[in-house]
Design a protein around this ligand. Structure first.
Ligand code: 3UK
Length: 525
């Protein structure tokens, strides 16, 4: 594997032209093969063990006919097998498609088909759910089940036996640094999720630009991300960036909603850096006496992303634990964080300052810079921004503007150069750091026989975090009471992931509309 300049990789040109991001793992082998790479309840592995298993999985994937450029989908909560298979994909030049475990069957089928996935690695707990999706995803030739003892009726491979006889010799595919390594899906305002590719070079560049240069990751760090590896927030923060510096990672397959589980993982595995969303920090704060019940003494820093972290949450967490939360804005389009607070330089409530290596400009709708202190649309320039949305040229042309991309976020830069998030240019909501399209919630509500019309907007909960709120006009003969509210929420949860459900429902006589009959969501907000 090519040796990289010790001075760092801050521009693509600092990497060799032929570069395979498995180097991020394998750079640890000469001096750190016996160092701990990964910890979880199920397994603990050194870099040497991971690298050997990567070669086995890589060979097994080659054996299934996977070739450079082919896509391999992952549907599983975090596990050692996820991390290993991810690097195996990279090593053979295949593209790893991290799928959210919160998707509906319809969305799973869409992604498998849209990505033309040839192989699916799925966790045993999700096999039943994905079976229906597979029926609509003809590209998938093979399914490998992880975390299972196996079921003889299935034509599926079982991970352990699938790799058992494989060789631990494998040379990395001769990939160009701009060849694609990952494909992630992000929700849009309407319709289907959109596919976003990232290349081998984006993995190394984001590790250097934010992981090292801003966050200051060190070899003695141990990261723990509640945000999963199928989000690029988790993939960077809890796999690529720590391994880039030889640090270890803690993998946790649980939900961010179980704050006591999250705290228990910190207590047991003693990470130095915690990555999660503002909603998750708020739920930690809601656990009475959390800092005396759980030992958080190992933590030196926390990171927040996915949605804006309200200053009161930052302050309360700091008052109780003494730990700084580093809030930074990132996106799947850019792979990771591009405006960030930094250790020793935090302005609570703000997203911090542009990460060196990226340029930001705040512009009016015509693309002209607004005076400092005015609100405008945030445009981003940097080498790790993706170039297009898969199968959506129209949307791609609107978003990717030559060297710049339109983030869809509104921002204000203050007199000291800190950036303050000021909403979205579309109607999209971030709930617990995850996208919710109001249109999708409205479509679910309108399918209920009692609903005549509805509109969904973001409203603030008790912690200044956004949650969906619905305004509903009922059909004649229905009563807007507590039972109706409960029925509508239950109906939504049947059709969508539960986090998308409306937290409040107001029954109204009519909705504000334009002369052409379009609902004016901004008036409801
Ligand atoms: C919003 C934030 C205010 C913002 C992500 C870190 O969230 C990530 O990626 P997504 O594609 O969403 C991107 C959008 O989410 N957002 C994210 N972080 C913040 N708004 N303050 C923040 N700190 O609207 C952005 O456009 O899901 C975050 C790293 C990698 C990621 N993919």
């Amino acid at each position: 594997m090519t040796q990289l300049a010790s001075a760092g990789v801050r521009r693509a040109a600092d990497l060799p032209e032929r570069y395979n991001a498995v180097e991020i793992l394998e750079r640890n082998l000469p001096h750190g093969a016996d160092a701990v790479a990964l910890l979880s309840d199920a397994r603990a592995c050194t870099f040497g063990q991971i690298a050997e298993e990567v070669d086995r999985v890589g060979n097994a994937l080659l054996g299934l006919g996977v070739r450079p450029g082919d896509t391999v989908a992952f549907l599983s909560l975090d596990s050692a097998e996820w991390a290993v298979s991810f690097f195996a994909c990279l090593k053979i030049g295949a593209v790893a498609v991290g799928m959210s475990t919160l998707l509906t069957v319809k969305e799973q089928a869409f992604i498998l088909r849209d990505a033309s996935a040839r192989v699916l690695l799925v966790h045993a707990s999700l096999v039943t759910a994905v079976r229906a999706a597979l029926a609509e995803a003809p590209s998938v030739e093979h399914v490998v089940v992880i975390g299972s003892e196996g079921d003889n009726d299935d034509p599926f491979f079982i991970y352990e036996s699938w790799i058992a006889g494989e060789s631990t010799e494998l040379s990395a595919a001769d990939t160009h640094r701009t060849d694609y390594a990952t494909l992630n899906y992000s929700s849009g305002t309407t319709g289907q999720p959109k596919g976003i590719f990232h290349s081998h070079q984006d993995c190394a560049l984001t590790a250097q630009l934010w992981g090292l240069d801003v966050l200051g990751l060190r070899p003695d760090d141990r990261t723990f991300s509640v945000a999963k590896l199928f989000f690029t927030f988790g993939l960077g923060g809890n796999l690529l960036f720590p391994w880039f510096v030889g640090a270890s990672v803690v993998l946790y397959p649980g939900s961010p909603r179980k704050a006591t589980d999250v705290l228990g993982v910190v207590d047991r595995f003693r990470p130095t850096i915690l990555f999660t969303s503002p909603t998750s920090y708020a739920s930690i704060l809601a656990v009475e006496d959390f800092a005396s019940i759980y030992d958080l003494g190992s933590l030196r820093l926390c990171v927040s992303a996915g949605e804006a972290l309200p200053a009161p949450i930052w302050q309360e967490f700091h008052d109780i634990t003494g730990i700084d939360i580093i809030d930074g804005i990132g996106s799947t389009e850019n792979f990771h964080i591009f405006v960030s607070n930094r250790p020793g330089d935090v302005r609570p409530g703000s997203s911090g300052k542009p990460v060196p290596g990226y340029e930001c400009r705040i512009v009016d709708p015509e693309g002209n810079p607004v005076p400092r202190g005015d609100i405008g649309n945030l445009h981003l320039k940097g080498e790790t921004a993706t170039l297009f949305y898969l199968h959506d040229p129209e949307r791609s042309r609107q978003t990717f503007l030559g060297p710049w991309m339109d983030t869809g976020d509104k921002y204000i830069e203050d007199e000291d150069g800190y950036f303050w998030h000021a909403g979205r240019t579309d109607d999209m909501l971030k709930v617990g750091g995850i996208w919710v399209s109001p249109v999708e919630v409205e479509s679910a509500l309108i399918a209920h026989p009692a609903v005549l019309e509805c509109a969904v907007v973001g409203a603030s909960d008790g912690s200044d975090l956004v949650k969906p709120k619905a305004y509903v006009v009922l059909q004649d003969g229905y009563r807007g009471d507590a039972d109706m509210r409960a029925a509508l929420v239950a109906h939504c949860v049947e059709q969508m992931a539960a986090y998308k459900r409306p937290r409040w429902i107001d029954f109204v006589e009519e909705l504000p509309k334009t002369a052409t009959g379009k609902i004016q969501r901004y008036r409801l907000r």
